[in-house]
Unconditional design. Structure first.
Length: 205
């Protein structure tokens, strides 16, 4: 349907918000759905750029309660291995630049990664410094994460899609794109100072 709509309206250039990890050989839940979207839009024949991103820094905003009340945030990845991340402002800037100057042609995946190579433990240190109080990283097992999703009302398909995505993240789905990406400008500390800290202060008021 997407490809047909692009062709029907004679759209010459399309920019998609996708995921890093194209070519990943096993199902990866919501990441696989993004790859399928890219294939659909590429079939339109329009010039296409799939912005291929890793973990969004903004995902941490969902954990403001845990950060404030428990002094911790939770993910399923190892605390001592680098976690690729990106600020949504850099995604928007990249997309806007492509749409404002559509001189590009062809169809490509464009990795969009932030400049840091922080581990989750390292992220916790930065958060602690910027918020002025101790915040730790706590690793959550995939099964525990699935149980949490179910307790929040997620159905079986949503649990499957999300746990597969996090499992792929643990297994290095972002690594190949990370190795070739030109880093964007917003580092994790700047994002914490400009986004996370104001959100935490507003959340506490």
């Amino acid at each position: 349907m997407g490809a047909a709509a692009v062709a029907r309206h004679d759209v010459g250039h399309v920019v998609g918000v996708s995921s890093a990890g194209h070519g990943w050989p096993v199902p990866a839940g919501v990441l696989s759905a993004a790859f399928a979207m890219d294939a659909e839009l590429s079939a339109s024949g329009a010039a296409y750029r799939a912005l291929s991103m890793p973990f969004y820094m903004e995902n941490l905003l969902r954990q403001l309660d845990a950060i404030r009340e428990q002094g911790a945030f939770y993910l399923t990845c190892a605390g001592d291995l680098p976690l690729a991340s990106i600020a949504t402002r850099d995604i928007a800037d990249t997309a806007a630049g492509l749409l404002a100057d559509p001189s590009w042609t062809g169809q490509e995946n464009l990795p969009v990664f932030g400049p840091d190579r922080l581990t989750p433990d390292g992220m916790a240190e930065v958060i602690s410094q910027e918020l002025g109080r101790p915040v730790a990283y706590r690793r959550m097992g995939i099964d525990d994460y699935a149980s949490l999703l179910r307790s929040q009302g997620a159905d079986d398909q949503a649990v499957k899609d999300l746990t597969e995505a996090f499992a792929a993240q643990e297994q290095g789905v972002y690594d190949a794109d990370w190795a070739t990406a030109e880093p964007t400008t917003t580092d994790f500390r700047t994002w914490c100072r400009n986004v996370l800290k104001p959100a935490a202060e507003a959340h506490a008021s």
